[in-house]
Design a protein around this ligand. Structure first.
Ligand SMILES: NC(=O)c1ccc[n+]([C@@H]2O[C@H](COP(=O)([O-])OP(=O)(O)OC[C@H]3O[C@@H](n4cnc5c(N)ncnc54)[C@H](OP(=O)(O)O)[C@@H]3O)[C@@H](O)[C@H]2O)c1
Ligand SMILES: [Zn+2]
Ligand SMILES: [Zn+2]
Length: 288
């Protein structure tokens, strides 16, 4: 059966494409294999990796490229060798990975660590064994090995299911592998797209205490709304500390040394003579 639909999407042609210069155009999907499915895309999440890839930030990107690996859509074609019960009309999701080698002598594929298989094909920018190039989900259709298409349970809206396919699993995987659950305290550093899943899943898995850690204070109320028990704004620490030093009269034990004597000061510092901190001072009339 030939397809009566065209594969078209937003293509990046060079590093500049990440600056809003994607071009909508037709592209060649990988040559069809009977282990494949075609998906009519309804939703595709935007992952920071898409931006890194468009900028060639993960090594040289094979342009032209259609990025997007948080894909949800409807199955419109199923290969005759697809064995996992997918049928036309099913709502499925595809994440960052298309297929692994599945060989009996592959340590990763035989230990449920397919994502580390050295012959892994990524959802975009990878060569399939049959020579085709994988293209992602900022598009109308996606062709992939059925191995990587997962039915989405009812009750999960497609716009929420899409980012779970990469962002969600990236956080859920390590939490699960490290036994996240009752009795655990979890800290999530960098609350962005990924980090917010970290907080949501750690809570859903029953961790005793979940702490969000990110740079700015303006995320505090959102992170607490997600269910975190505590929030630490790393870039605000300094401001808080400076104010505390004033308010509570934290009087540091500082010895001043003239800037011109920096050489002697570092010798003394190295000898452990500071009681307890040296501060170099530029004196206005000193001749340096
Ligand atoms: N399987 C995987 O390995 C996998 C999967 C998906 C994504 N990734 C990678 O994971 C990273 C995060 O992806 P994402 O989609 O969650 O990105 P995102 O939504 O942009 O979130 C990144 C967060 O990191 C924090 N951050 C800390 N230092 C930063 C800095 N110097 N510049 C920018 N942000 C900084 C920011 O929060 P604050 O401003 O609050 O600090 C930001 O919200 C990306 O590098 C992506 O490529 C890996
Ligand atoms: Zn991703
Ligand atoms: Zn393998």
């Amino acid at each position: 059966m030939a397809s009566d639909y065209a594969f078209e999407g937003w293509m990046g042609h060079d590093k500049e494409s990440a600056k809003g210069k994607l071009v909508w155009q037709q592209f060649e999907p990988k040559p069809w294999e009977e282990t494949d499915v075609d998906i009519q895309i309804t939703h595709c999440g935007i992952c920071a990796t898409d931006l890194h890839t468009l900028r060639s930030g993960h090594g040289a990107t094979p342009y032209p490229i259609c990025v997007g690996h948080e894909i949800v859509g409807k199955v419109v074609r199923v290969g005759s060798a697809v064995t996992k019960g997918l049928k036309i009309g099913d709502r499925v999701g595809v994440g960052a990975m298309q297929q692994s080698c599945q060989q009996p002598d592959c340590e990763e594929c035989t230990s449920s660590n397919e994502q580390y298989c050295t012959k892994c094909v990524n959802t975009y920018g990878s060569k399939y064994p049959n020579g085709g190039m994988s293209q992602g989900g900022y598009a109308k259709y996606h062709r992939c090995n059925a191995q990587c298409a997962f039915k989405i349970p009812e009750g999960l809206p497609s716009e929420e299911a899409a980012p779970i396919m990469c962002g969600g699993i990236t956080m859920y995987g390590p939490l699960r592998n490290n036994g996240c659950g009752p009795g655990m305290k979890v800290g999530i550093v960098g609350v962005g797209g990924l980090g917010h899943y970290g907080i949501l899943f750690a809570k859903a898995m029953g961790a005793d205490r979940v702490v969000g850690i990110s740079r700015k204070n303006d995320k505090r109320s959102d992170v607490l709304k997600m269910g975190a028990d505590e929030y630490i704004a790393t870039s605000e620490d300094k401001k808080e500390m400076l104010q505390l030093a004033v308010d509570k009269k934290v009087k540091a034990w500082v010895q001043t040394r003239p800037m011109k004597d920096a050489n002697q000061a570092i010798i003394d510092m190295d000898a452990g003579k500071a009681r307890f901190r040296y501060t170099l001072v530029n004196e206005p009339d000193s001749k340096l």
